[in-house]
Design a protein around this ligand. Structure first.
Ligand SMILES: C[S@@+](CC[C@H](N)C(=O)[O-])C[C@H]1O[C@@H](n2cnc3c(N)ncnc32)[C@H](O)[C@@H]1O
Length: 239
């Protein structure tokens, strides 16, 4: 069977005939509409990146213009939620960048030990791998019981996964290596139970954690903290 390609349609972006100036107006109107209707403020996000993600959603919804996407998401909450998943890149990993966690354990934790109570904020925590990694370090260093960890993200869908604490089993080899490189000395498999294709992490790791939706662009800081983790989030804000 022969496939016929429409020369006016690019699957990665706009149709070739799309007017760039008009496209920018439509995108700005769409982002303004999303902000006013739902309170999610993507207006200052990097334009090239947001444009690419919006077109991905236009095609995924079977639409052909930004204005059609605007009409859809403003009237249809599930469509807005699908777009939100596209706009908020949630790539993460346990003990991501192991030297960071090694330094946290060696340099920051000794300072935290000098406080009777410690407040930590993971801003933009995604599906929670970063939160569980920190909790493991704090547990091993005897600080978890006097810590309160706030783990926030703009995206409620990723927070639900973070609360569940189930991560892909096929990444445990990589995470074990990260854990060892980050200065971990126990057996990493002590922290999870394998279930089908998931690794269920011990709920006791998050006994002092509150997961909550929070938008770094529009919501204020809600307390004072001894440590704020905000990793791989602000990169999406640069124009
Ligand atoms: C690439 S992940 C980073 C996850 C983790 N911090 C790490 O370094 O592995 C970026 C996260 O930032 C969140 N995010 C994007 N914009 C946000 C905003 N305005 N407020 C709060 N979180 C936001 C996304 O939903 C996503 O989960």
């Amino acid at each position: 069977m022969a496939l016929s390609l429409n020369p006016n349609r690019s699957l990665a972006g706009p149709p070739v005939s799309y007017d760039a100036g008009l496209e920018r107006i439509e995108i700005e109107l769409l982002l303004e509409g999303i902000y006013r209707q739902y309170g999610f403020d993507f207006r200052s996000y990097a334009y090239a990146s947001i444009r690419r993600r919006l077109w991905k959603r236009v095609h995924a919804e079977g639409l052909s213009s930004m204005s059609e996407l605007q009409a859809l998401v403003l009237h249809d909450l599930p469509a807005m939620e699908r777009l939100l998943l596209d706009l908020s890149v949630s790539v993460t990993a346990m003990f991501r960048d192991p030297p960071f966690y090694r330094a946290f354990r060696k340099v920051v934790v000794p300072l935290l030990r000098t406080y009777p109570f410690v407040r930590i904020w993971h801003a933009g925590c995604s599906t929670g791998e970063e939160v569980y990694s920190t909790a493991i370090v704090l547990e091993e260093e005897g600080v978890l019981d006097r810590s309160r960890i706030y783990a926030t993200d703009i995206n409620e869908a990723v927070l639900q996964r973070a609360r569940a604490g189930i991560f892909p089993l096929n990444r445990m080899q990589e995470y074990t290596e990260n854990y060892i490189r980050a200065g971990g000395t126990r057996s990493f498999s002590e922290y999870y139970t394998a279930k089908y294709d998931g690794a269920l992490f011990s709920p006791s790791l998050t006994r002092n954690t509150v997961f909550s939706q929070h938008n770094l662009v529009t919501d204020r800081s809600f307390s004072e903290f001894h440590v704020v983790f905000c990793r791989n989030v602000l990169i999406y804000f640069y124009r």
